[in-house]
Design a protein around this ligand. Sequence first.
Ligand SMILES: *Cc1c(COP(=O)(O)O)cnc(C)c1O
Length: 364
Amino acid sequence: MFSVTRVRFMKINMNLLPAADQKQKPANVLKVPFGTEFTDHMFSMKYVEGSWNDAIIHPYGNLSLSPAALCLHYGQGIFEGMKAYRRGDRILLFRPDRNFIRFNESATRMVMPEIDVDFAITALKHLLKVERDWVPEVQGSSLYIRPTMIGTQAKLGVKPSDEYLFYIILSPVGPYFKEGFSPVKIFISSEYVRAVRGGVGAAKTMGNYAASLYAGTKAAEVGYSQVLWLDALERKYLEEVGTMNIFVKFDDELVTPPLSGSILSGITRDSVLTLTRDMGLTVKERQVSIDEVIEGLQSGKVVEMFGCGTAAIIAPVGQLWYNNNNYTVSDGNTGKLTQHLFDELTGIQSGDLNDPYGWVVEVE
Ligand SMILES: *Cc1c(COP(=O)(O)O)cnc(C)c1O
């Protein structure tokens, strides 16, 4: 196991591009497919001989890796997803400490070294100051932030890497789904599963997403944009959607599956739980069976369903596919609570609404 390396005061070197060599920013960020444009610079540092070194902000560019790098063969890689918002001249982050704490939890599960949370936030703020002009202002846009760590030691043979690369890249984005904030169609997989209790489902690690692709393609073939996973043992209880946690509103009760070890502990999920509890709603973290959902859809007891995650924020669920049947959630439109939570969360994140929770962190 690794000890936490104290790098809080590590110097961050700068190697910046001359203005003339910097890229053109997208004319309309809302039209750019999610995660396809990258800014001029990135942050990186290396872990060798037991400590983090060489912290630097440098031009965005390809990595140089051995073809035998352990991450390429055995999947020792983790990442995070967060966003920066612009409000006039201010650049705002949303609960960034939570992302780096979770990053370290993923690291521990994958036998990778931790990073210092305060240093990571400092490095991110430095990078955002350099890339300030890349944070878009138009409503519905943000700068997506992708911290990543990979095992880079060249070795064939399954073992934890001795060397790691940590980096942060930035991508100006609009809505995650091409539908924007309109109801998505979700495919419930009763054949394939994502993660099993005791496995790595709770870690934001590369292999989980590779494991999801096959069912995702099957869903796309029949016109559904996302897969909702059921638990791997019984294929009975709701787990989560591709990159989102799931909420179901039964009459007056809002429900989301508990953190059982096979789903991601979403920061948006946690924020939704806080907001809805403070609204006085009855909110439960409990198992929800697919039968309860289907019955509720048929009886009208299921009044709203939505997914939530940093990339999509809040995504209303309009249609469900299960066992060769299509079900419409309520009237298929965005529910009242779903709309309210979207407005509330995006309002707090972008600085338009008051933030009573101290979630927003300004880049100064
Ligand atoms: C990132 C992610 C989420 C959402 O987490 P947030 O912290 O809300 O962004 C949910 N499920 C999976 C599988 C994820 O990778």
